[in-house]
Structure formats: C-alpha cells, structure tokens
Design a protein around this ligand. Structure first.
Ligand code: ATP
Length: 371
C-alpha cells in the first residue's frame, strides 16, 4: 500500500488535523481535507460554521492551534501569507483606491520584483482574461461592482498562484450579475486549470460551480462530495436540509442487511441505503427524505400512492409548488411539497382536493429520528 500512496500526486492543499480556536470558541474542529490539483472546491455552510476560518488558515491570515497545512509539497503551517503563492479575492473587492486598474493588477508582480516589461505584458494578459482590456488606466472608483470584482480576480490570477482562494466574491452583486460572473469565473478557472477554493453560503452557487463541495456546520465538516453526491446521497439530516429543499416522510425500518434496508412508508415499501441509518434496528421509526421534484401527484386512491390533501398551490414562474398534508393516519400526517413542472396543476388541484402522492422507487434516503 505504501507505493500506491506515494504514486498519488501531492494534493494542491492538504490539511492534516487542523484545529482553530478563538478563546473558548472552537471555530474549526479537527479537520482533514485534500484539495486536488486543478479542482474547484467549495466550502459551503451557514453563517458562522467556520468557512472563512478554514480559508484564512489556508491563506495564512490565521495560525492553526493544531495540525499541519501543506500547499503542494511544502509545509506552510508557519509560512506568512505572501510567501504561500496564493491568490485571494474577498467579498468587498479590496482594491487600492488610489491606484489605476493596471497598477492594482500589477501589484503582486511589483512586490515580487518582476521586471517592468514583463509586468506590463502579464497585466495586459490578465485584463484580457477578465474582459477589461480597455480599462487599464481607470481608477477603481470609475468601475461598477462587477468590474471591480473582475479587477480583483485579475490581480489574484496575475501572480499565477498555486491556489486561488475566493471568499463570497459575488455576494455584493445583484442576482443577474452574480449568475453571469459565476459562469465566467468557472470558464476562466477551467481554462487556466487553477486549483480554486471558493467560500459561499449559497447552495445553488455551490451546486452549479463546484467539482466537490465541503458541507460544514458548527465548525465541523459534515460531508465532502460531488454536487450530485451531496444532493442525492446526503450523509445526515443537516446536509439533506441544507442542500436544496427536502421533505421528510414518516417511515418504519422493516429489514436491514449490509448496505441495503427496506422501509415502510404508509402502505408502500421502499429500498434505501443503510449507511445513513445509524444504529437503527428493524421496527425503528425513521424519517424518509425525498426532494420535492421527486414526488408526484395522482388522483386520490390510486394504487401505490400515499393519501394526502392539497393545502396550497404556490406559483413559482417556471413551476408550481403543490403543498399537501399527509393523511393523519400516517404517523400523524405532516406537510410535504411537490414540485410540479408546468402550470397544469393550477387548474387540476384546488386546495382541499384529496390526492395520492407518488413516491419514487429509488433515490430515497432515511435517517434516524431527531434525538
Ligand atoms: P460567515 O459566512 O458569517 O462569514 P463563516 O462560516 O465564515 O461565517 P467564520 O467566520 O469562520 O464562519 O466563524 C466561525 C466561528 O468563529 C464563529 O463562531 C465566529 O464567531 C468565530 N470567530 C471567527 N473569527 C473570530 C475572531 N477573530 N475572534 C473570535 N471569534 C471568531
């Protein structure tokens, strides 16, 4: 096994048992993480979960209380930020207001003593990359928010960093501009192949941009996986609820063997993965998790459905969210949301209509009940 391990290329960033405390608050519990070469990795979680702390530890703005940090083959745990060869973009752009765009972008190269002529070439190249070629002599004050953020990106990339770190870079932009910038950043990242660590609390942004997502809460990494893994195979309730909308149906564990288990939901029997069931044994009450777009609606009483009643229809533009109450016989009922493409539901299902809920055969995940 030793040979196999050493044959693996060094990750772009590696955290070995890193811990960070502020006084009595543990902002980051012991964390082990590899960021692979060229990947786009997103740190996702609610406010205060430790994302920025983790990014700042990689950047060298914070010192770890325990553990070691590597960038490529280099141990950098005690290396100051400017010697780590990283590029950083912050939420608030942080451009130097008294310098022109070109001077801002060239800053890191001047600090590194790069010859003037080469600086001019690389600044022009970086500005072309972010589509701001005509803006070299402007002052940051003469730029829109989106343009300022492009300058910040050019400034981070011009030094050809080993790792690009981005802390909520688009959160100050309006929704449309944010969407356009996400696509553009992703294109640039793919073209350059630069390893990128991106911080956001926006699930949609994480799902659409990342190669892998690190889901965090309360200073802990909950799950690391591709967008599809964390969306379709959440490891716990926190991840299930944080990545997209979710319904919990009342279920009972019937059988359990190895990696598979069967659960009963009302009169339906479904197979689920056993991995997320913790110590639950046959007979235990479980919560069965299903996304709104995986449920369907049929006429009441149709075989293979769960009895429910329409509570409300919510128009969402591209789709309708049908809210339904499960029949009280199903463990006391409960509200579920069914996402229905098109607008046909508006005419068919008035509030109060009894319906049958269609539960998918596959793709269900079950969790132990909340303690
Ligand atoms: P946000 O999205 O709001 O920035 P975050 O996920 O980035 O949140 P962090 O900023 O990493 O979270 O904070 C993690 C925890 O550490 C929080 O409880 C925060 O209050 C605490 N914390 C962060 N920085 C400091 C500091 N300099 N001094 C004391 N406590 C801090």
């Amino acid at each position: 096994p030793g040979a196999a391990v050493s044959a693996r290329p060094a990750p772009a960033v590696r955290l070995d048992g890193v811990v960070k405390r502020f006084g009595t608050v543990t902002a980051l519990e012991e964390t082990w993480l590899r960021v692979e070469q060229g990947e786009f990795l997103t740190l996702l979680g609610p406010s205060g979960c430790g994302k920025t702390t983790l990014l700042n530890l990689m950047a060298g703005f914070l010192e770890a209380d325990a553990g070691e940090i590597f960038i490529g083959d280099d141990l950098v745990t005690a290396t100051p930020p400017y010697e780590r060869e990283i590029g950083i973009v912050f939420q608030n752009y942080a451009l130097f207001p008294h310098m022109s765009v070109a001077k801002n972008v060239g800053y890191g190269l001047r600090m590194r003593g790069v010859p003037k002529r080469e600086i001019a070439e690389r600044v022009a190249e970086a500005l072309a990359l972010v589509k701001l070629s005509g803006f070299a002599d402007r002052s940051p004050r003469q730029l829109s928010g989106g343009q300022q953020q492009r300058v910040a990106l050019a400034r981070a990339l011009v030094i050809r960093p080993k790792v690009l770190l981005l802390d909520e870079p688009f959160s100050a932009l309006d929704k449309n501009l944010r969407g356009a910038m996400q696509v553009e950043l992703k294109e640039i990242q793919r073209r350059l192949g630069v390893t990128t660590v991106f911080v956001t609390h926006d699930q949609g942004e994480a799902l659409s941009m990342s190669d892998r997502i690190v889901v965090m809460s309360a200073g802990r990494v909950r799950q690391v996986g591709t967008p599809d893994q964390v969306y379709r195979h959440p490891q716990d309730r926190f991840v299930a609820g944080f990545i997209g909308d979710v319904n919990l149906l009342p279920g009972r564990l019937e059988t359990r063997a190895g990696e598979r288990a069967t659960v009963a939901v009302g009169g339906l029997r479904r197979e689920v993965e056993a991995g997320s069931l913790g110590a639950c044994a046959a007979g235990a009450t479980v919560d069965v998790f299903v996304r709104p777009d995986h449920l369907g609606v049929r006429p009441a009483g149709e075989a293979g459905t769960l009895p429910a009643r329409v509570a409300a229809l919510v128009y969402q533009g591209s789709h309708i969210d049908l809210h339904a109450d499960l029949h009280p016989d199903l463990a006391g009922g409960g509200r579920v949301v069914v996402r229905m493409p098109g607008h046909g539901a508006l005419a068919t299902y008035a509030p109060g209509t009894p319906v049958g809920l269609l539960v998918p055969q596959a793709g269900l995940v079950a969790f132990p009940p909340e303690p």
